[in-house]
Design a protein around this ligand. Structure first.
Ligand code: OXD
Ligand code: MN
Length: 624
């Protein structure tokens, strides 16, 4: 008999001890399951919840949780006529984003966290956070959520368990991951799993009424890479509360990948299908707010081309025995930024959100639907803003929070690939690195080889301020778009990328490209139309993969011959095209200086091949 057949879910049982809640279950046994139950007991003893609820991931359970949150005033049910099965949450105004300053990597050795992370000694930070967690779930339900990143039992997948006292987190994890008793079967069978603990840090005294969005002014998001644990306190915001996502699938998974020979990346994943039906798989790393979800759901403007979505935020990449790089999207949903998502910018995302969506901090329409800046060109005449106040276009402030979000199942995307959750993933043909750069970085360039590609990735940066004013000095460096997400020393991570490249067959490794949709002319105008027209850049990349177009060598990499770009049907003036690919030597030499400055912050840990790339870049620039 399968575990699921014998497993009777002890929902909301009163006993405090998890082992008691498992009393009547004959088949969940084995060392793996015992370790889980002991751990749950240990966390319950520390946090003292009123109830323990083992989450089974069923539809009925999810519906009950949503109903409960509506009854408690934690969610607003949207008008089912417009948005069936959908809800709006309004966070506490102070709990609206990831808290990077409160995010810690507690590795045994400080140098293993590196200069780009906040480091804390494990025993010190445990001594700090343990008293915070003591009694932190009093008066609340403690949910135990077993989840899988990637298809359950898949060769590239990993599993974890999140303990949380937030029903909002449970329903979000249910969308973003695969939750259920089949994960428990893996654990019972001895599969390794990551332990994650989350508390909003708002215990309730007997009789005390709850608030709509419980949280705590004090916040800690702590990762223990040596013991594969995450402890998150004080925040209900997705990036801090859905621990499977940034905390596990990037920070902890990057460490697992370092030790096992694969890569956990902040990348979207797409399948591009050319007019002849040939398929290519592309992963792309972009810092936040650089159009990752838009590229993930691209609608090409050139006839005959199609894009299928595989993932919009995270990709796990592993060299296969065939010498190719295989990739999965370990998530099962999208936790996307709402503002800027509209009919004209990302119609596929808008269609994805037709229902079954949890919105957070968007505006509410009088008819019970939602709205955010950019959804339509003209705002509705009246709204309730994200803080619950009346709003009109004359209010002079955004109606939705700029980081307001939607949480929705990937399967709802109208262009999701049929095999998007295939356990073995897809073989990668190309990797793109991008950022928001008003100057210097051309529309597209190709790395000369893997090492040069790693050099490009290590130098990703994005303008911090309005792009028109962007100068080299105002760049935020975001290597591989992983600055807030790499769970170990970034210089070692560069080295790991080089090492993983060696596990690939040279003629089968994905080719690496740098792209920049955001270059501006001297007059501050965008030089490239972007959005669906970015397919024209993908078209060139694909023809490079097929070997049907030549590229022009330059000091910074291989550039297209402008006549090879398919510009049929759009009007990009000749001068703009020239500017899109112009190389300003003095400015690039200044960038090289910034790279040196950045590399020096790693105390000699940056791998020699990257220093060699920097020296070669300077040499080529000086000769140009
Ligand atoms: C995200 C982020 O939420 O990058 O995806 O912050
Ligand atoms: Mn992201």
């Amino acid at each position: 008999m399968a575990l699921a057949d014998t497993f009777t879910r002890p929902t909301s049982l009163a006993p405090r001890r998890a082992s008691e809640t498992y009393g009547g279950m004959p088949r969940i046994d084995g060392a793996g399951m015992r370790a889980l139950v002991e751990w749950v007991d240990e966390i319950a003893a520390l946090t003292t919840p009123d109830r323990i609820h083992w989450v089974d991931g069923s539809r009925a359970e999810n519906d009950a949780l949503l109903r409960e949150m509506v009854d408690e005033g934690k969610l607003i049910k949207l008008n089912p006529e417009w948005r069936p099965g959908s809800y709006l949450a309004r966070s506490h105004p102070s709990d609206v984003a990831r808290t990077e300053a409160r995010t810690f990597i507690a590795s045994e050795r400080e140098e293993d966290a590196g200069p780009t992370n906040n480091w804390a000694a494990p025993e010190d930070i445990r001594a700090t956070i343990t008293p915070l967690f003591a009694g932190s779930m009093r008066g609340r339900t403690m949910y135990v959520v077993p989840f899988s990143m990637g298809a359950v039992g898949g060769p590239l997948s990993h599993i974890g368990v999140q303990i949380t006292d937030s029903a909002y987190a449970v329903t979000s994890i249910g969308i973003m991951t695969r939750v259920g008793t089949d994960v428990l079967r893996e654990i019972a069978g001895g599969a390794p799993w990551v332990r994650t603990v989350h508390s909003v840090g708002a215990p309730l005294e007997p009789g005390q009424a709850d608030v709509a969005w419980p949280c705590n002014d004090e916040k800690y998001i702590v990762h223990f890479p040596d013991t594969l644990e995450v402890w998150s306190f004080g925040s209900g915001y997705g990036g801090n509360a859905i621990l499977a996502k940034k905390c596990f699938a990037l920070r902890i998974a990057s460490v697992i990948g370092r030790d096992e020979g694969w890569l956990a990346e902040h990348m979207l994943l797409i399948r591009v299908i050319d007019p002849k039906g040939k398929r290519y798989h592309v992963a792309a790393a972009f810092p936040s707010a650089c159009g990752k979800t838009n590229l993930a759901m691209l609608r090409p403007t050139i006839p005959g081309w199609r894009v299928e979505t595989l993932g919009d935020d995270i990709a796990w990449l592993r060299p296969g025995p065939d010498g190719r790089m295989w990739a999965i999207n370990p998530e099962a949903g999208f936790f996307g930024v709402a503002p800027g998502t509209g009919e004209s910018t990302n119609v596929a995302a808008v269609e994805t959100l037709w229902g079954n969506t949890i919105f957070t901090n968007v505006a509410l329409r009088p008819d019970g639907d939602v709205w955010w800046e950019g959804l339509t060109d003209t705002p509705p005449a009246e709204l309730t803003d994200w803080e619950g106040n009346p709003w009109t276009p004359a209010s002079g402030r955004p109606a939705a929070h700029p980081n307001s979000r939607f949480t929705v199942a990937a399967s709802q995307c109208p262009q999701i690939a049929e095999d998007w959750d295939a356990a073995e993933g897809v073989p990668l043909d190309a990797i793109l690195f991008g950022g928001r750069r008003a100057t210097n970085v051309p529309l597209v360039l190709e790395a000369t080889d893997w090492t040069h590609g790693v050099f490009l990735g290590s130098n990703i940066s994005s303008e911090r301020t309005a792009a028109a004013e962007g100068t080299v000095g105002e760049l935020r460096r975001d290597p591989f778009a992983m600055l807030p997400f790499c769970g170990y020393n970034m210089a070692d991570y560069f080295g790991h990328w080089l090492k993983v490249g060696q596990a690939l067959r040279f003629d089968r490794a994905p080719r690496i490209f740098q792209v920049n949709w955001f270059r501006k002319g001297a007059d501050g105008r965008f030089l490239w139309p972007g959005f669906g027209d970015n397919a024209r850049v993908i078209d060139w990349i694909v023809r490079r993969l097929d070997g049907t177009v030549d590229a022009v060598p330059s000091a910074i990499g291989r550039l297209p011959r402008t006549e090879d770009l398919n510009l049929d049907g759009i009007d990009v003036p000749r001068e703009d095209l020239a500017e899109l690919f112009a190389i300003d030597t003095a400015s690039w030499l200044r960038e090289a200086d910034l790279t040196e400055e950045f590399y020096r912050t790693f105390d000699g840990r940056v791998p020699a091949p990257l220093w060699a790339e920097l020296a070669a870049l300077r040499y080529r620039l000086q000769r140009a």
